[in-house]
Design a protein around this ligand. Structure first.
Ligand SMILES: *Cc1c(COP(=O)(O)O)cnc(C)c1O
Length: 366
């Protein structure tokens, strides 16, 4: 009998061996409402302009390592003052990784409220960092007293605040965010992946605090395929973080495509407005459904809990998720991912037609 090969135990930490990979379910042929993508491709005229803009790219050459044209366009688009730095990443996930690599040697932990975006914890684990979670309240609000007490006791190197939060969609009060920034000696990264769908931002506070960084992404506004995120904040920090960036981390196709998107930002803004309107419609329908308890959202998704009795062998959320999937509707099952998310499902706001199909199927299956 051949022995099963093992990775020598002194080569990989137990933390790595115990990790579950980030799983993305295959979506071929499904209506895809699981990953907060924008449902609309670019219209024909813009697509033609995009293809034209790609024509001049020399694929045999490395991209501009500093992505200077894109960075300049983005700075202008953000009205970012000269004394603030801007760092571009291969998605905002890469920037999270850079931030965590930078502090990995500090011996200090990472702190987040929870449940929240899973990559904060995952990347921390990759790097051997302790990620402390301060539970949100039962309504998924910040427990501000517990947050401040934990920050004081643990002296985290970084606090991550997804604002609005994923997977709950809640945007906590601005005062609470400021309170945390003022009471943290480490970095506070406000992750505004959903800013296009929210009413508030900390962008006006940048530069006022030496420890406040703003993280955003192009993924949720309609350009998930590009992989582009950005981090803005005091140059003092961004100069150091930039040293941990892979050379050429933003490809030339991304650099050129994102510049075109910024020139057509009106289209993206109009799409975000349509999605916010759709979000309101979906919420109204979910609120009226027996056995469904949705959380009002400031993002392009809605978290909802199913309150019906579980069957003996299967939680109701897992049953509904599987039955929706069998009908070609892919949403996200969060049951089992966190104790506070029992029987919770998360649906991305799609096009009106997709949303109607989802709501009709859910009504029927409940
Ligand atoms: C989706 C998401 C990200 C990651 O975005 P990418 O730019 O696609 O890597 C980061 N933070 C939060 C809170 C998210 O929901």
């Amino acid at each position: 009998v051949p022995t099963k090969p093992n990775i020598p135990a002194d080569l990989l930490s137990p933390d790595i061996l115990a990790l579950n990979p980030y799983v993305v379910l295959p979506a071929e042929g499904s209506i895809k409402l699981d990953a907060m993508e924008n449902p609309w491709p670019w219209p024909g005229q813009l697509e033609a302009e995009w293809l034209e803009s790609l024509r001049g790219i020399e694929l045999n050459r490395y991209p501009d390592p500093e992505a200077r044209e894109l960075a300049a366009a983005l700075r202008q688009w953000l009205h970012l003052p000269d004394d603030l730095g801007l760092l571009l990443g291969n998605g905002s996930d890469e920037l999270l990784q850079i931030i965590l690599m930078a502090v990995a040697g500090s011996g200090r932990p990472v702190l987040t409220p929870g449940p929240t975006f899973v990559m904060y914890r995952m990347i921390s684990k990759w790097l051997g960092l302790n990620c402390i979670e301060v539970p949100l309240t039962a309504d998924f609000d910040l427990d501000q007293a517990a947050m401040l007490a934990a920050i004081k006791a643990e002296q985290p190197a970084v606090v991550f605040l997804a604002w609005p939060n994923n997977p709950t969609g809640k945007a906590w009060p601005r005062e609470a965010i400021i309170d945390i920034v003022e009471n943290t000696s480490g970095l506070v990264v406000v992750d505004e992946a959903y800013s296009a769908f929210a009413d508030d931002s900390v962008i006006d506070l940048l530069g006022r605090y030496p420890n406040l960084l703003l993280l955003r992404t192009f993924s949720k506004i309609g350009l998930a395929g590009l992989r582009l995120g950005y981090l803005a904040g005091p140059r003092l920090w961004l100069t150091e973080l930039n040293k941990l960036r892979m050379p050429y981390n933003v490809g030339q196709l991304t650099q050129v495509s994102a510049q075109l998107a910024l020139r057509h930002d009106g289209l993206l803004a109009a799409q975000a407005t349509r999605l916010r309107n759709e979000r309101r419609q979906i919420l109204l329908v979910l609120e009226a459904l027996e056995g469904v308890s949705p959380i009002p959202s400031n993002a392009n998704f809605i978290l909802f809990r199913l309150t019906a009795e579980n069957a003996d062998d299967e939680p109701v959320a897992s049953r509904i998720h599987a039955e929706l999937r069998a009908e070609g509707l892919l949403i996200k099952n969060l049951h089992g991912s966190h104790p506070a998310l029992e029987n919770c499902l998360r649906v991305t706001v799609g096009s009106p037609r997709e949303n109607r199909k989802f709501l009709a199927a859910l009504k029927r299956l409940l």
